[in-house]
Every structure is written in structure tokens, then in C-alpha cells.
Design a protein around this ligand. Structure first.
Ligand code: SAM
Ligand code: SF4
Ligand code: SF4
Length: 432
């Protein structure tokens, strides 16, 4: 099986499982039909190069404020120096009223999935619980990325009560020592306390016979933790986590570049990951627990990309894709109110929700321009010079690390397999 197919299989599985579980436990029949219609409208829009509905998934940066200074962070790492997020931007957060209006607009546009990320730490937002409550009242799937350090027993109980669906915990470590090394303003006890909180959530879910929130362990892999990947798997099993994810550190040259993995590190890690199925099989028996290894194949492929020495992880696979579909499936709203078409397009915002409604932005000229460039995807078009996290590099492009890749591949697979009957069904699905 090719890497592309393996990535597809994993993403497909994740996508289907998520929708299956969500359907089973949260959605009623009406929502199931709404989901199918949303899929049909998105697919038909791609085929017609038009837009009939909103995106599938939207990421919201509730705030840029953060209580951590993780060593690799694009915004708050102490290594960034003059490339760190500017202090006036670090203070930005979306007002409660703005987020509520945004959620209402997204619901009207049929959005199925909201993901909190940053910018900063979602739990630094003063009204996060009211916002989560509003999202769950619309039966929208709610997931997030969090550093987890602000979670205490009371907050954990609220997360269970609110039926938050999933949380990605940015731990980046399996031991207190490695955690402290990568989080300069935290210490070994922070890690131990987080372990206690994971166990507390497990205990409360068990008492209440609930499965959510599912907890995922998210690991950005750097020179500080690459040797710990097996221990990370042990950790995830020990704490009965739902899933684990590894991603190579995306660096800012001349700043966090010192954290990137060299050829030797990548070889060691590739060998470790290749040998992992045995470890996982044994742990499944010991703990009587299944762990979802997300993006397993995508991580391996990234480790072996011919251009990985320059921290360009996705050049090989992007060249095999004729289109990028993010303009139909995805949007991100930053803490400043700016709207981005993909996870790497912050240099070309398509609007600001403080000035226009999300709906107007989504159907507006700049988003149309993004779609026009991405559907007939010529990666050498100067338009793509604006893609990338590093503000100082002009011609970075999509090759470095496309964080929308998994979903793009899945959409591509589905679109290219459509036969005439399915195409006809899509047309019907779009108009009913
Ligand atoms: C910037 S953080 C904001 C959300 C939250 N504060 C957290 O840390 O999870 C968003 C995501 O980026 C990841 N991340 C941060 N720096 C990264 C880097 N240099 N390369 C890859 N991922 C990174 C984090 O682990 C997290 O999953
Ligand atoms: S917790 Fe998230 S936003 Fe804060 S410094 Fe770490 S990666 Fe950056
Ligand atoms: S990085 Fe490039 S390929 Fe990836 S979503 Fe953005 S525009 Fe599309």
C-alpha cells in the first residue's frame, strides 16, 4: 500500500469513526440528514467550482493569550526573539458576543465541527464555558487543542457535563523531565498534576458511564523528545487515552530551527515507529484498551521526505495532488477576528468578522480568489508564496507542512471515485 493510501485509510477511518460515534451518541436523525446534505453540497460545489454551503470544519482561536511558553511554539517560544508574536497581538481575544454570533452563523451555514486552537490557550478565554455550552446546544462536534495546565477538578467536571467531544492535550512528553525541558515556565510538577487530571477525568467518566471528552495525546517531535516516542505510547496506554498523534516540529528558521530533527534523528525515530505495532499489541493486552494512532503513516512519510533536512515535510505528496480543497471544507478565525482560508494562510486573510459577517466573508471576493487558485492548483503560482508560518520568508509555499493535508487527501479520494450515479445523487442532495 502506498503512503498516500495509508494516510487516506487513517484519515478516512478517523473521519468515519468520528461521524459514526457522533451520530450514535449525539445526533438525532435530523442531524444525520443535515450532515449528509452538507457533504453533498460541499462535494457538488467542488465539482461545479461554486459554493453552495459553509465549510465542514472551522477552527477558532478564542484568544492569543497563553500561560505557557512552549519551546517550539510559533507564537510564544522564548527562542523566537524578535519573531515572536507582537505584544499587542498577544493580548487579542474574541469577545463573547462576537463568538456567539460567529457560532450562530456557522450553524446556519451547516458547519459540523468546531475546533478551538491558537494563537494562545483556549482556557485563557474568560467565557470559554459559556461558548462551549452554546456550541453543544447546536449539536456541533467540539474538539480542541489545549496545553491542559489550567484544568482542575471543577473544570474537568464541567467538560464532562458539557459533553465536549474530544481534547488534544499538547503534552509533547512522556516524562516530567522532558516536559520541563520543553516548557521553560513550567516544571516537573506541572506534568505530574496533568497526569492526575487525566486520571480524574477517567474516573469521573467511568462513574457517570460516559465516554466523553475523549482525550488525545498530541506530541510535537523535536530533538528533545524524539527518543521518548515509545514511552509516549506507554503513557497513552497507562492513562487509557483515546488516541495519540505525533507531528514533526514545524520550525522558524534561525530561531526554533535548532529543535528540528536531522537525518540521524529521523532514522532512529522511523525505526522506532516501524517497530511500534509489537509494542502496541502487547500493551493492548496488558491494559485491555485500544489506542488510535492518528496520522501514523503521515508522520512516517514526513520523516522520510527527501527535503526533510530543510524541515520541508510535504513536498512529495503535495506534488501528487491536482487540487487543494480547503477553500470549500475549512476556515480558521483568528483571535484578531481575521479569517484564514487554510492553516498556513495567515499572511493572506480573506476578511475580519469584526467588519463583516462570516457568511459574507465565506462567499466574498478574497475567499473566491483562494478557491480559484487552489482548485487548479499550480504550486509555482506566486499566490502561494504567501503561504507559511514564517513572516520573514517571502517564498515559503505549501511544501513545508500543510496542516490541511489529511482532509484534502480524503476529499480528493472521495471526489475522484464518484461514478455517474453518485454524481446524480449529489446533485439531488444539494437541492433538497
Ligand atoms: C499553537 S497551539 C495553541 C493551542 C494550545 N495552546 C496548545 O498548545 O495545544 C496549536 C497547536 O500547535 C501545536 N504546535 C505548537 N508549536 C508547534 C510547532 N512548532 N510545530 C508543530 N506543531 C506545533 C500545538 O501542540 C497545538 O497542537
Ligand atoms: S500552550 Fe500552545 S499557544 Fe501556548 S506556548 Fe504552548 S503551543 Fe504555544
Ligand atoms: S498549505 Fe497549501 S495545499 Fe495546504 S491547505 Fe494551504 S493552500 Fe492548500
Amino acid at each position: 500500500m502506498t503512503y498516500k493510501n495509508k494516510i487516506l485509510q487513517t484519515t478516512n477511518k478517523y473521519f468515519l469513526e468520528n461521524s459514526k460515534k457522533t451520530k450514535r451518541k449525539t445526533y438525532n436523525m435530523k442531524n444525520k440528514i443535515k450532515s449528509l446534505k452538507q457533504q453533498a453540497k460541499i462535494a457538488q460545489g467542488i465539482l461545479d467550482k461554486k459554493v453552495y454551503t459553509g465549510p465542514w470544519s472551522v477552527q477558532i482561536d478564542l484568544t492569543n493569550k497563553c500561560n505557557n511558553d512552549c519551546i517550539a511554539c510559533w507564537c510564544h517560544s522564548p527562542l523566537l526573539g524578535d519573531k515572536a508574536m507582537k505584544p499587542e497581538i498577544k493580548k487579542k481575544f474574541l469577545t463573547y458576543e462576537t463568538v456567539i454570533k460567529l457560532i450562530d452563523d456557522l450553524d446556519e451555514l451547516g458547519v459540523k465541527d468546531i475546533y478551538f486552537t491558537g494563537g494562545g490557550e483556549p482556557f485563557m478565554h474568560p467565557r470559554i464555558f459559556d461558548i462551549m455550552k452554546h456550541i453543544k446546544s447546536k449539536a456541533i462536534h467540539l474538539d480542541m487543542s489545549t496545553n491542559f495546565t489550567l484544568i482542575n477538578e471543577k473544570i474537568a467536571d464541567q467538560l464532562i457535563e458539557l459533553h465536549v467531544d474530544h481534547m488534544n492535550l499538547s503534552l509533547w512528553s512522556a516524562t516530567p523531565k522532558t516536559y520541563a525541558k520543553q516548557h521553560p515556565n513550567k516544571n516537573k510538577n506541572t506534568f505530574r498534576r496533568m497526569e492526575e487530571m487525566i486520571e480524574y477525568i477517567n474516573k469521573r467518566k467511568k462513574e457517570k458511564k460516559l465516554l466523553k471528552p475523549e482525550l488525545g495525546m498530541y506530541n510535537v517531535i523535536t530533538i528533545h523528545n524524539y527518543e521518548e516516542v515509545n514511552k509516549m505510547i506507554d503513557f497513552a496506554f497507562k492513562h487509557r487515552m483515546h488516541d495519540i498523534d505525533f507531528t514533526p516540529v514545524d520550525t522558524v528558521p534561525d530561531r526554533t530551527g535548532i529543535l528540528k530533527l536531522n537525518k540521524k534523528h529521523r532514522k532512529i525515530i522511523t525505526d522506532k515507529i516501524n517497530a511500534m505495532p509489537k509494542q502496541i499489541e502487547a500493551l493492548e493486552k496488558t491494559y485491555n484498551h485500544k489506542l488510535e494512532f492518528r496520522n501514523h503513516h503521515s508522520f512516517l512519510r514526513r520523516m522520510q521526505n527527501p527535503d526533510a533536512d530543510s524541515a520541508n515535510y510535504d513536498s512529495d505528496i503535495l506534488d501528487s495532488l491536482p487540487s487543494c480543497y480547503a477553500g470549500w471544507t475549512f476556515a480558521r478565525v483568528l483571535a484578531t477576528g481575521e479569517v484564514n482560508s487554510c492553516l498556513k494562510s495567515f499572511k493572506i486573510p480573506v476578511g475580519n468578522i469584526y467588519e463583516q459577517s462570516f457568511k459574507d466573508i465565506w462567499f466574498g471576493k478574497k475567499q473566491r480568489c483562494f478557491r480559484k487558485h487552489t482548485i487548479d492548483y499550480d504550486k509555482n503560482n506566486p499566490y502561494f508564496d504567501n503561504i507559511g508560518n514564517d513572516r520573514s520568508i517571502k517564498k515559503q509555499g505549501c511544501y513545508k507542512c500543510c496542516d490541511n493535508l489529511g482532509f484534502n487527501l480524503l476529499v480528493h479520494e472521495k471526489i475522484s471515485k464518484l461514478n455517474p450515479v453518485k454524481k446524480q445523487l449529489l446533485k439531488i442532495g444539494r437541492v433538497i
